[in-house]
Design a binder for this molecule. Structure first.
Ligand code: GLC
Length: 728
């Protein structure tokens, strides 16, 4: 449809029809079973006519159901405007990939793009046209439950991965209109939702505008620059004003500065929550604040439907503002091709072959193996050789809870457990002699209070086995939305199980299933630790691949693992302060704790490999760089082991003097480098003036001439002595 036709369509609409487009409700209002509709309808007070004017639908899946609803909707909608199906596809649709915090550990932008591409293929054939992803909330507090959805603590990496996801979902500009295996991306939650005070979900966010822009907004901006067609508001307040009604955040920054011209949708109920926040007396004021902030779609509350007619007739809200929002929604529907193809990609036959295909599951398995971080491997316990007898124990050993808290359409019934993964790999062993024996307990182990029988059987099996693979961690319900924790240690029952097993067999590999960085001191005695996160549908197979060395682990954490919850927020790119500990570690009056170090137990960028990589001869093409002359920084990386592997080489800078305090180091480049056993290679990075720009007090993003330290290494802690470079 041409733009002029869309404008004309808006002109034909009644005010009630326009306001209907500004609302989103869940699919149960469209159920073909009256008994499923009446409850929600009476709860929200919606009648059938209103339902057939609501502009978009949340959370319906299945090609046939979406087509049935769309057909019925367009028959009843006076102007035959199509509805639009949206849903939470966060890290996979039915084929579930590792949680984003896990996938981020791969530092593989191509893996993120591929995950989004596969997700789009499965979601679109099932009837969805918009996914509520990527979530790019930067997080420096592992107590916050939704850290599992994030890419972790670094703004630069967050932006690169967000951009890759948008490209994977949407393809190239114009693809949404012609390639119905693509879906529109909705970047969320705008903004800074991950900086909740105390790590408590939905809690207050408060920081300087300089820090908000320089650190927390970069991921959203990158997603918008990559073309994300929707943005979702966040539940939290920022600087005292809830995001959903925050004129400055949404109009000045999002619309004007970032140039976002797509659809802004509220989070679930966030418009009406302005009342609970205490900035709106009632639904009328909540609608007034939100529509002026530019919120185009109100998700699952009816402040707009209940009050906008009155606000317009009283002159408080101009109908032109409503028209602008309606036009943006119709433009999105038009860009998705829905006017000409209201069913778009929905296809019952293709759904049977595309969704959860073997190809997609193989991609998920490879991606999961690339996301597993080896945090410890004392005495090279790993990889396990096939002659070993293995006891697979603990609550995660036989649990299908490997998909994570936001896996919506994921199928735990078809997920590969750790035990299955090991058994399948053992069965594939070359010959009888090389097949590891894999044993486990008769009954599954509880996450919190393993039964006495499980504990005693576990001890017996551990005694009889060469190695124990002990699967510990969190239930997936212990992270995700509304699942913050004040204590980030393993449950007490798991620690006791670990200790009981360690008594009889010290050769323990702990495999962690968790949605956040944890305080791991309770398992200091483990010889090896694999951080598997929630690895997704093929999780058990991917872990087995790493345990037996079919895959050499290359992943590196993208969020600091604290020594103690008391250090939080802890992140690698901290400020130096006026009394840096490093300068005078034995002094009293320096920035430190009396009872714990300043440092992470496992720092940002850390991860081990079966290979061993060394770095030397860090050099630059010049001692200075400028806006017109980038500088090439290069380093020699050697795989001085006998195992081929992949290293994630990281480039960090430090701006020695700025208008505002600058971090002691910042990631400004990374490369995944495959090196054969014994191979050395010179790895180059180009450092530009743009790389060292930052937000100044006047909120402009620019660089300052001056001195920089530049270094390279395999994680944020172990870096070569820095180069001194000058920006002219
Ligand atoms: C939830 C989440 C948001 C999700 C939305 C729709 O509350 O905050 O991430 O996309 O509601 O399910």
């Amino acid at each position: 449809m041409e733009q002029s036709q869309l404008v004309n369509l808006v002109e034909q609409m009644t005010l009630e029809e326009k306001i209907g487009q500004l609302t989103q409700i869940t699919g149960d209002f469209y159920s073909d079973k009256a008994e499923e509709r009446t409850g929600p309808m009476s709860q929200l007070g919606l009648n059938d006519d209103q339902i057939m004017n609501v502009g978009t639908v949340l959370g319906v899946v299945g090609a046939s159901e979406c087509k049935r609803i769309q057909k019925n909707y367009m028959e009843h909608n006076r102007l035959h405007i199509p509805t639009l199906f949206m849903g939470d596809v966060i890290h996979g649709y039915e084929t579930i990939f590792p949680i984003p915090l896990g996938l981020a550990s791969s530092w593989d932008t191509e893996a993120f793009r591929r995950m989004a591409e596969v997700s789009a293929e499965e979601a679109s054939v099932s009837g969805l046209s918009v996914v509520f992803s990527p979530m790019v909330d930067l997080v420096r507090d592992p107590r916050w439950g939704r850290v599992m959805e994030s890419t972790g603590e670094d703004p630069y990496l967050n932006g690169r991965l967000a951009s890759a996801m948008v490209k994977g979902y949407q393809g190239e500009p114009g693809d949404l209109s012609t390639q119905f295996n693509k879906v529109a991306a909705c970047v969320k939650h705008f903004a800074a939702y991950g900086a909740a005070t105390g790590g408590r979900d939905y809690n207050t966010v408060d920081m300087s505008e300089q820090r908000l822009r320089d650190v927390y907004l970069r991921g959203y901006e990158a997603a918008i620059e990559a073309g994300a067609r929707l943005v979702m508001t966040s539940f939290n307040s920022i600087g005292g004003v809830p995001a959903t009604g925050n004129l400055h955040l949404m109009q000045d920054i999002l619309r004007s500065e970032f140039g976002f011209d797509g659809v802004l949708i509220s989070d679930f109920g966030a418009v009406k929550e302005l009342i609970a926040h205490g900035v709106a007396e009632d639904e009328t004021q909540a609608a007034d604040l939100s529509i002026h902030a530019g919120v185009d779609i109100e998700m699952m509350t009816l402040c707009y439907m209940h009050t906008l007619v009155g606000l317009i007739s009283s002159g408080t809200v101009s109908e032109s503002i409503v028209d602008e929002s309606v036009l943006r929604i119709l433009e999105l529907k038009n860009e998705l091709g829905l006017f000409e193809h209201p069913f778009r990609g929905a296809d019952e036959d293709r759904e049977k072959t595309v969704v959860f295909s073997a190809e997609h599951r193989e991609i998920a398995r490879r991606t999961a193996a690339e996301s597993i971080v080896m945090l410890r491997n004392d005495d090279s316990l790993l990889p396990l050789d096939a002659e070993r007898s293995i006891a697979v124990l603990g609550p995660g050993a036989q649990s299908p809870d490997v998909l994570g808290a936001w896996s919506w359409r994921g199928r735990t019934d078809a997920a590969v457990t750790l035990l299955q993964g090991l058994q399948e790999l053992a069965a594939d062993g070359e010959d009888e002699g090389r097949r590891p024996s894999v044993v486990t307990t008769q009954e599954r182990c509880d996450y919190f209070v393993p039964t006495k029988s499980v504990v005693s059987e576990s001890i017996e099996l551990a005694k009889q086995s060469d190695v124990v693979v002990l699967a510990l961690g969190e239930l997936s319900t212990m992270s995700g939305e509304a699942s913050s924790r004040s204590n980030i240690r393993l449950p007490k029952g798991q620690v006791e199980l670990f200790e009981a097993i360690h008594e009889v067999n010290p050769h323990i590999v702990v495999v962690l299933f968790n949605g956040r960085p944890l305080d791991l001191h309770d398992i200091d005695g483990a010889e090896a630790i694999l951080e598997a996160w929630y690895p997704g549908t093929e999780g058990g197979a991917a872990i087995a691949d790493v345990l037996f060395g079919a895959v050499n682990p290359s992943a590196k954490i993208t969020m600091s693992f604290p020594e103690s919850v008391g250090q939080i927020p802890i992140y690698y790119d901290e400020d130096n302060t006026g009394r840096p500990y490093e300068v005078a570690p034995n002094e009293k009056y320096v920035s430190k704790y009396l009872d714990v170090s300043n440092y992470a137990a496992f720092p940002f960028g850390f991860g081990l490999s079966f290979s061993h990589f060394t770095y030397d001869s860090l050099v630059s093409s010049s001692n200075s760089f400028s806006a017109t002359e980038p500088v090439t920084v290069s380093v020699n990386v050697t795989n001085d082991s006998n195992v081929d592997g992949t290293e994630i080489v990281q480039l960090y800078i430090r701006d020695l003097v700025g208008e505002v305090v600058r971090p002691v180091k910042q990631l400004k480049g990374f490369k995944r480098v495959a090196l054969a056993a014994g191979e050395s290679r010179r790895i180059e990075f180009s450092l530009t003036e743009e790389d060292v720009r930052y937000v100044h007090l006047d909120c402009t993003m620019r660089s300052d001439p001056g001195d920089f330290l530049v270094s390279v290494g395999g994680n944020s802690r172990d870096l070569l002595d820095p180069l001194h470079l000058h920006l002219d």
